[in-house]
Design a protein around this ligand. Sequence first.
Ligand code: TXA
Ligand code: MG
Length: 329
Amino acid sequence: MADKPEIVAVSDDSLARAADILRAGGLVAFPTETVYGLGGDAANDKAVARIYKAKGRPDFNPLIVHVPDVNAARRLVVFDARAEALAQQFWPGPLTLVLPRAENCPVSRLASAGLDTLAVRCPKAPVAQALLKAAGCPVAAPSANRSGSLSPTTPAHVADSLGGAVDLILAGGKCAVGLESTVLDLTEDPAVILRPGSVTPADLDGLVAVAAAANENEAAPKSPGRLLKHYAPKTPLRLNAVDVKVGEALLAFGPEKFIGVEGVGAVKDMPESRRRNLSESGDLVEAAANLFAYLHDLDAGEFKAIAVMPVPEEGLGVAINDRLRRAAA
Ligand code: TXA
Ligand code: MG
């Protein structure tokens, strides 16, 4: 990883290059009207895992998926009448809608942290629009800063915060709004504002009913855990497992040869449907990329429990363990 990112002015050439980088699984920082986003192909598990790694995020807070227009959004999520009305009124613009994932939604399970919902946003900034159109893939993009530092509104902020963790920064000047988009949960009725932004409850008035408790004074920072749902498999998880018991499935990490399987003997003799390995080589980016998809796979089987091998508490492992502990709770 280089320690300095490449910063390029916006041009037809640099936009085409940025789109190529996204399609190849790389990360591109780009301006939206709110803040600079750290973009990666939302349908590519590894690209999404690299976003979390670059941000040094201690958990897998679900990401917003960016699309160029309503049609692209309809391929990812199920639109209801409220979503149609809001998109018509505010898109492109700083309003993010949380909706149920569509059947055959191509977006990585990691991008939505394993949830059956997805946050979609259609940004207004011309550079963001041009990049999304050129890339042709849904783009997951949290703010382009290390976790815990300020959201970036200039290319210099991005470079200072992320360094070489981003492949390319599209320098499109200062962001007009400077504050992240309003996040509105439409899986509830009345809808719930999960994050206040420049689209206010007053703006939404008349278009959609918004729950009173979710006004700006009560929103996210007070209790992010309360507002954010977590993925919870129906099968119990048994963490830090060193063996597999009768009736259990295995979620492995790294070499499996020392794991004993009651009644079977060796992991290699277990049926495929009963085991997944997050990363045989012990690569945490690969493991993060596979985490939610594999949990979903094993949860679909009728297992008594999922035995989960230990994952090292370092780098992305911290976020992986955070999610595993929540899923086990
Ligand atoms: O203005 C913005 O929205 C910027 C620019 C780059 O577009 N993006 C941004 O993305 O702030 P991100 O990923 O940092 O914001 C994610 C927010 C978090 O508060 C997260 O909890 C919420 O959206 N969120 C995402 N998916 C969700 C879901 N499925 N359910 C509930 N909340 C979700
Ligand atoms: Mg942020």
